[in-house]
Design a protein around this ligand. Structure first.
Ligand code: BDR
Ligand code: CA
Length: 300
């Protein structure tokens, strides 16, 4: 199994990413680290504990990381994920604790052996780890960016937009990166058929997932006019479980830090016109049915 640290900001789709990473036998989930993003750090950390509690995930340390981006002011996504960051279901009080050592210490310990980092939030924790010079980061598989349009600005996706300096550190690090951006995650739509499959599972956890996706569908409809919401974050986990689930193209990716209208954009040189060396495998297509089969089978 692949050793994985899941760095996340739950978040409806992060919650599903946690479920998938914990349930699939190809992944050996060694830690869940949290970051400020969709909501404040306090809320994303509480949400990680809530998800682990209802899913019966025990024995995986949950540790809190950065409470703000490296440079810019913090930003949350209340409009999509609600006041709690995980609006929809009523969660029972969490019964799994937070690891008092914190995200960086926990991640550093896990990184005593070769480990994949899956990042589904702003890249603040990952950048901080890399800047400290940790070894053994086998690769980073992240949800973030886009080869074209954004969702926070015309050309910027939320996870990059929320901490562009951190993203620049990650893409400049030389660690192998798989970038699962909006190009692929906008194909992972929780359609009414998907919701029905989840409802049919009939367990308490499936009920909670259904309520999460119903809330998420509502805000995505209101804010973006999507008929069905894109379930971004589990795509990055799925790409670790089964690399053939995404088609990738090696490309140079630079993070726009200075643009007046384009700060936080991922500038992806798919056509190789810049002569800059590829620093990421950029996912451009998703095997949608296989993705949902994996995701649905993780909900028990
Ligand atoms: C990303 O932004 C967050 O709101 C989601 O959890 C996902 O990680 C999509 O742009
Ligand atoms: Ca996220």
């Amino acid at each position: 199994a692949t050793r994985v640290i899941l760095d996340c900001d739950p978040g409806h789709d992060d919650a599903l990413a946690i479920l998938l990473a914990a349930a699939n036998p190809v992944i050996d989930l060694r830690a869940i680290t949290t970051v400020a993003g969709n909501q404040t750090l306090a809320k994303t950390t509480l949400n990680a504990r809530r998800v682990c509690t209802v899913a019966g995930i025990t024995g995986v340390p949950i540790a809190a990381g950065a409470d703000r981006p490296l440079v810019q002011e913090p930003l949350t996504a209340d409009g999509i994920h609600g006041e709690s960051g995980l609006d929809g279901p009523d969660f029972p009080p969490p019964t799994v604790d937070v690891d008092p050592r914190g995200a960086l210490a926990v991640a550093t310990e896990v990184l005593s052996e070769s480990t994949t980092i899956v990042a589904t939030g702003p890249l603040t924790n990952v950048a901080t780890l890399l800047e400290r010079g940790v070894d053994n980061v086998d690769r980073i598989v992240l949800m973030g960016g886009s080869t074209g349009r954004g969702n926070m600005a015309p050309l910027a996706e939320f996870n990059i937009f929320a901490d562009p300096e951190a993203a620049a550190v990650v893409f400049g690090s030389g660690v192998p990166i798989t970038m699962c951006g909006l190009d692929v995650t906008h194909q992972a739509l929780a359609t009414p058929q998907v919701l029905q499959r989840i409802a049919d599972i009939g367990t308490p956890l499936a009920r909670i997932c259904h309520q999460l996706l119903t809330f998420f569908a509502g805000t995505y409809r209101e804010v973006f006019g999507f008929e069905s919401p894109p379930v971004h974050d589990p795509v990055a986990v799925a790409a670790v479980i089964d690399p053939t689930i995404v088609s990738v193209r090696p490309a140079n990716v630079e993070i726009e830090l200075a643009g007046v209208y384009t700060r936080g954009a991922t500038v992806v040189d798919l056509e190789r016109v810049t002569g800059r060396r590829p620093n990421a495998n950029v996912a451009t297509a998703l095997a949608v049915d296989r993705f949902w089969d994996l995701m649905v089978s993780a909900i028990h």
